[in-house]
Write a protein that binds this ligand. Sequence first.
Ligand code: NCD
Ligand code: ZN
Length: 353
Amino acid sequence: MKNRLTLPRPDDWHLHLRDGAVLRAVLPETARHFARAIVMPNLVPPVVTAQDASAYRQRIVDALPDGMDFTPLMTLYLTEETDPEDVAAAHASGLVTAVKLYPAGATTNSASGVRDFDKVRGVLDRMAEIGMPLCVHGEVTEADIDIFDREAVFIERVLDPIRRATPGLRVVMEHITTIDGVEYVKANDRDLGATITTHHLVINRNDILVGGIKPHYYCLPVAKREEHRLALRAAATGGDARFFLGTDSAPHTDPNKESACGCAGCFTATNTLSILAHVFENENALDHLEGFVSRHGPAFYGLPVNDTTITLIRGTPVSYPEKLQTDDGPVTVFDPGFPLVWQVESPTGKSPS
Ligand code: NCD
Ligand code: ZN
């Protein structure tokens, strides 16, 4: 049995860092283990222009504790007013890595998202021309579509038509949660990839609803039936380079989660690598962990693999704090429901106690 695993430093290809007090608290949780992350733009108000992205990037850099090395890869929130030239210039300068498409109303802070896809045609065409990836929250929002079907319907009604109309557009299906998502990626060419979260490899919809409602397991897209979780595990651990880690770690303070109308989002930044090592080990796929967390993402985004490393060690049970304290209130850390035995060796070479 393997007890030590050294990997190129991982990246997180879908992350919510928020702003202000929560940003200051959650950023070290990611920067401790990850070299880079695709930072989601769904602030209030959202990060829409290159100027917004530049200011937000500076706030992230300012919030990074001394001695931590971390590169935020910025995204722009696509609206019906987005200017193709602003996007292209922000990409050319290296400020912005990708554009994020939220269908209006799909999830937290998505009111400014896209309603009429014809209105963003110019931006998508320009992105295809310059090879800039589009990150997609793949759920329709029509009231008559059941929440558990929204990803599958999005693929058929929105994503496939967009891709056919925009040849060469590079698309990341973010946080896929269904067999339909896995199969759509597998049936397509190099211009399509998908991120998979840590929590969707661990929980299914029963975990949210059986024996009492568990607000800290509620996220969007919502976890589906067990057969979907198993398909995600096969995709993530199978070594296919089109699938890579995007944690979608999405902190909300406890009062906002534990409420009559609780926010969507699981906060997984703190213990993601321990959980993933457990999942890959259970699938007899520890050899594929490196591809999923360190190699497939950079390959899709055309970026170098990180030249520093981290080491995971298997040992006695590892515990993480149940909550991360922030000046805005506590944020509950995702509970995988099983003991963790893999931990990241600290930079000094010693395991953190
Ligand atoms: C995200 C958030 O809280 O910003 N929530 C979530 O459940 N994943 C938004 C998102 O990515 O859908
Ligand atoms: Zn997200």
